[in-house]
Design a protein around this ligand. Sequence first.
Ligand SMILES: Cc1ncc(COP(=O)(O)O)c(C=O)c1O
Length: 573
Amino acid sequence: MAAAAAASAVATPSLILGPAKRITGLGRSTANVSTGPAQRLRPNRRCFILAKYLFAINTPLSSGSLLTTPPPQSRYPHIASRQIQTIVAEPRMPRLSLGNINPHVVEAKYAVRGELAVKSEEYRARLRNGDNSLPFSEVISANIGNPQQLDQKPITFFRQVLSILEYPKLLDNEKVLLDGLGYKPDVLERAKFLLKNLGSVGAYSASAGVPAIKESIAKFLERRDGFPADPAHIYLSAGASSGVNTLLHILTADPTSGILVPIPQYPLYTASLSVLNARCVPYYLDEAANWGTSLETIKEAYNKAKSEGTDVRAIVIINPGNPTGASLPESDIRSVLQFAAEEQLVVLADEVYQTNVFVGKFHSFRQVLLTLQKENPGDIYDGVELASLHSISKGMVGECGHRGGYFDLIGFDKEVEAQIYKFVSIMLCAPVIGQCLVELMVNPPVKGDPSYPLYKEEYDAIFEGLRKRATALYAAFKDMEGVECGEPQGSMYLFPTIHVSPRAAEAAKEEGRTPDEFYCMRLLEATGVCVVPGSGFGQREGSLHFRTTFLAPGTEWVSSIKKFHREFMDKYR
Ligand SMILES: Cc1ncc(COP(=O)(O)O)c(C=O)c1O
C-alpha cells in the first residue's frame, strides 16, 4: 500500500525531472516520501531527492525501491525503459558557510552599516510602501557621511562637465549647451581638456590614474602647502577607502604587524586590519582636549604593543576626525611627526575632511612635514614616510557615490613604491569619472572664470548650511540631560557622550546589547533617526557615545531626538 501510494505520489510532475536533476524541497526521508500525502512532495525548500537510474531494463521492481510511473516517451525517451530508483540524499549544504569562509572577514566589524543601518532601511522600505503604523514619517540616515543622500546638492560646474564627459556628442551642439542650457564656456573647455587627456571615460586609464589629473593634483598640493609635489608619487583611487586598503596591504607583512589607530576611529581601519589578519594598536584620543592627540597616550600604546611582540609599523591620523569632528592644531601634528620620525613609523594621514573645518584652520601633514624638513635639514624628518589621502566623498563636493580619491606619497622606498604601483595595477584603475571629479575638486573654477560666481555661491551655501546644522545639533545636545558634547570643529559628525541610568544599562544587558547600542536602537524605533553607537568606533571602557552626522536638513529630526531622549531618561530613571 505504502509503496503504491509512494509510486503514485512520486509520479507527480514535480518529481519527474530527468536524470540527476535537482528537485528541491521534497520530504526529508524515505518514509516521508512513501507515506505522506501528495502535497508533501511538493517543493518545500529543504531537501533534494536524487533520482538514480539503474540500467535494469525489464527487471522487475526490487522490493524497497520506489518506482515512478514511466515518464512520457516523447519527453524522456532515455529513461522510459529504465528502472528508476529514487533514493533520498542528505540535504545538500552550500559549499560555503560561515564556518569555512575567510574567518578574518567574519571577524571584521563595520558598525556604520551594521544592524541599525539595516533596520533603518527596512523602515524606509515600509514607509515607501505606505505603511503608516510607524511612529515617524521619515527615516533620517544620520549614521553615515553620505551628503547627497541627505539633500546636499551636487556642484553645478562639476555635473555639467561630467555630462559632457559621459556624452561627448553634446559638444556638437555647443550653442544649445551655452544658450539653451546655460553652460558657461569654461565648462566646455574643461570637458574638452579632460576628453583630450583621457579619451573616453568608458576606457581604463593608466593604473595610477590619468597623468593630466595627477598633474592637477600636484599643482593643488603645491598651492595648498607651499611645497612642490611630484605627480609620480600620486595615485588615484576609488575613494580614500581603496587607498587605505592598498596601503594597509603593503604595510602589513604578517600577523605581528601592527598599526597605531586612533580610538575612536572610522572603522575602515580596524575592519581592514581584521581582514588582513594584522594587529590594530589602539591609541585613545583625548576627549577632554576636544579629542586631540595625546603624545603620552600614543607612546604608551606603542610601548605596550612592542612589549607584546607587535611589530608596529605605522600610525594612522584622521584629521579632521571621524567620528570626533576634531581638527588638530599644528602643534599636535608636529608632535606626531616627531614621534613617527624617532620610532621610524610610516604616517597615514587621512585628510578626507580637510575642507570641513569650522574652527581654526586645516593643517595638512604634508605641509607640516615639509616645513619640519626645511627647518631641520639633515635631521630625522628627512626619512619620514608619509601617505596622505583625500577624497571627493566629503566636503562641499560630497560625490561619494562616484568613488574618487587619491593618495600622495613622500619618502617611500622606490622598490616599495613599485609594489604599490603593482598592487593598484591589479585592480586596473580607479573609476575614471571619479578621477575626473578629483580633477574638478582640486582645480575648481577660480575668480574671473565664468562659472566661478555660481560655484562660489553653491560652495559657500553648503559650507554655511553644514556649520548651522552642526551648531543647532550641538545646542540641542547641550540642552539634554546626561549628554556632553564638544563644540563642533570640523568633519560631518558630533560624537556626544551619553550617561544612562543603571536601569537602562540593565535593560540593555537583558537584550544582549551594550547600553549605547540599546539607546541607539530605541532612538531609531521611536524617531526614525539612525545614528551609530560609540562602540562601533571604539571608546574608553565605561564611557558611552553615539555618532551622528549633521548633514540632514531641517530641525525637526533634532527636536525628535530631544523628545526621545527626555522620554528615555524618564522611562529608565
Ligand atoms: C575618515 C574617513 N576616511 C575614509 C573614508 C572613506 O571615504 P571614501 O568615500 O573616499 O572611500 C571615510 C568615509 O566616511 C572617512 O570618514
